[in-house]
Write a protein that binds this ligand. Sequence first.
Ligand SMILES: [Ca+2]
Ligand SMILES: [Ca+2]
Ligand SMILES: [Ca+2]
Length: 106
Amino acid sequence: MYEGAGKVTLTVEKRVHGCYSFKVVTKDDTAEAGKDYKQICSIYTMREDQNECDICIEIYEDNEVELDEDFQVLLLAVSDGTQLPGPDTAATVTIIDNDEHGVISF
Ligand SMILES: [Ca+2]
Ligand SMILES: [Ca+2]
Ligand SMILES: [Ca+2]
């Protein structure tokens, strides 16, 4: 996704039965929370008849010329904060920089 997009939306699918609560947190990789995106740490609850929900993360547009930056989105258990089991409980978001190097010439 591009830095200038303003936000990134991830869809979480529920593959278990019943009502379920989980925690979503973001974790810095090369992107920095507070500078490149808005950190989240929220608890979501899905009803029994709900199979997916969207999580929206704000991306900050800055004017710095940067390399592409990553951060992770993790699904955690509400009870003890450990990562939920399963192959898809973490996602990496890559922010593609849109600031070009200035060109000076004579
Ligand atoms: Ca940065
Ligand atoms: Ca940035
Ligand atoms: Ca930038």
